[in-house]
Design a protein. Sequence first.
Length: 717
Amino acid sequence: MTSHAQLVAFSVPECCNPSHVATYFLFLHDYIPAIFLHGVASFFYRFDAYVVHEQHGVGRYVELIQRELNGIWREYLVIEYASAKRGQPGDRLFVPTDTLEQVTKYVGGEAPTLNRIGGADWQNTKRRARKAVKQIAAELIQLYAARMSAPGFAFSPDNSWQRELESAFAYVETTDQLSTIEEVKKDMEKSVPMDRVIAGDVGYGKTEIAVRAAFKATQDGKQVAILVPTTLLVQQHFATFSERYAPFPIKIKPLSRFQSTKEINETLQGIAEGSVDVVIGTHRLLTSDVRFKDLGLVIVDEEQRFGVEHKEHLKALRTNVDFLTMSATPIPRTLEMAITGIREMSVIQTPPEERLPVLTFVGSYDQKQVAAAIRRELLREGQVFYVHNRVSTIDKTYLELKELVPEARFAIAHGQMNEHELEQVILDFWAEKYDVLISTTIVESGLDIPNANTLIVDRADKFGLSQLHQIRGRVGRARERAYAYFFYPEEKPLTENAYDRLATIAQHTDLGSGMAVALKDLEIRGAGNILGGEQSGHIAEVGFDLYVRLVGEALAQAKGESVSTDTEIKIELSLDAHLPHDYIKEEKLRMQIYRRLADVKTEKEVDEISEELLDRFGKYVDPVEILLEVSKLRVIARKVGVSEIVQQGRFIKISPLELPDSRIIRLNRLYPGTQVRATIRAIQVPAPTTSLVNGQVLKNKEIINWVTKLVRDVFED
């Protein structure tokens, strides 16, 4: 459990206007006893973080330490594994920081079972997971093949009406919006059914993409089904689509509990006869009595809000109908499928013009702060969303807030209200007849009220990460600065997961952070199987990163493609290669640089990191330069298939490799005394020494430069 005192965070994005920040700090001064910026390291950030080493399995990250061996300093990642003997301390593995590509943060469960170093359990676990993902790969290939061979409909190129609709758009499209629209249209014009995910932050113009895609489908006489999670969003989308399609002969109908029985029956009849071109509805669209005459496109808005049973119904349509999914925070399963290449993904990252980030506060509940936040919004004639997600106590909250801020006009909205009463409350709030809307999470998706720019969330610790991000998206949609307050009870300790969720929402306030939130959500929640729940055990055992890689390898094998695996590159030389603490003081930053250097694939990437180090931390000392040269040597070694460059006494051993006689003759000429050990596919080359008699083998800059030249001489013409 985590004490509430650990999580008081006020996140100020770098792009904020300094005057806004200064004003806000003055405003909060009387109400927040302690404010500090909270950041979560992108790799390992606390003692109990679990990690996965590809060769040794799941362990617990302990620390990053520097050690001296024979006068050579190196930095190591310390990982603790299960003890070989019960009651004994766990075994510790010291991983050199230049081999961090073998280590990933564990994602897949809260408390995994630690493996033993040298035990057979990890290899058996990987074997079981590989067997399971081969089955998944076969099913995915079958699904992919069904889509590729399905008699999909190739939509026609844009006509004059399409261009007229698009030119009537009241705003300037962002670059990402235009490229995403182009990708969707290209997919629709292919005979293979489209299956594309659009990930774009709240208010980034996903609805306009849906408007244009749906219009394109109707131009070929096809019907369009738009599936949304709430009745309120049905009404809002219906209004938007009706306004955009007004000049054209397109019939649009809503389908939700807001309609009367007579209206619903008329809509169902129109869908069956084909007179309804576009229908916008909730999961009511997925019931058996909805029969389309000629369905061509399905658009799913806010996919994360639909359950597994709804997805199964949609999956039946997916083989021969174009499918477009839109979400501000794609759910983990959707991300999995995009990551493994089963579905196409477009990401909209460019914010609309003049959009400002939402200033976010996370802390324990304080009545004074709530009252001050509401009053400040009233002073600028704005409105407030107050989210209280318990219908049983929402009336009590209403009375408390009315007593707290008597001058404000309050209204209540929740899903158990009569449909027409609820609709009227929302319309009145939109018409600015109320100042504060106290509601449940029915406001979470899509509700667009530009004048509401302060959000207060009660018991934020009870919400999922995607929910928190979606709710925050209700404010900041206009040009005004928006504020969001996420409160949790002062008297109750937070769970680790609640702490992680709130820390993430405090940290990710920048415009376009929806994908980052989704990836963090994936990390916190773990991941289910791509096609069902039966694989969750394998993910928990090997971690999500390795699991996805195994799926990718299995898919490549199933498609008959070659599988490239990153072998561990072992470089053991007399090198003082590390990032000194006085050069980069923060452990988190050192870890990030080590990780990036371990992941580089080209010498150019090393040069880019070198330039960045000079720019951020100043001129570097010899150990940093040597570390960069080691990274370049690893790139060369990986390219030519060498996995070991090891110093053995006065010799440098390079393996595995097999050389033609002509190359061996050349090596003996350039490096007299070279030994070829064919049985182990290796060569041993005498290393240069400080003097001809009893000299020491060279160290640091001299030896790394010499070995790099040696490897180039062995393999380059």
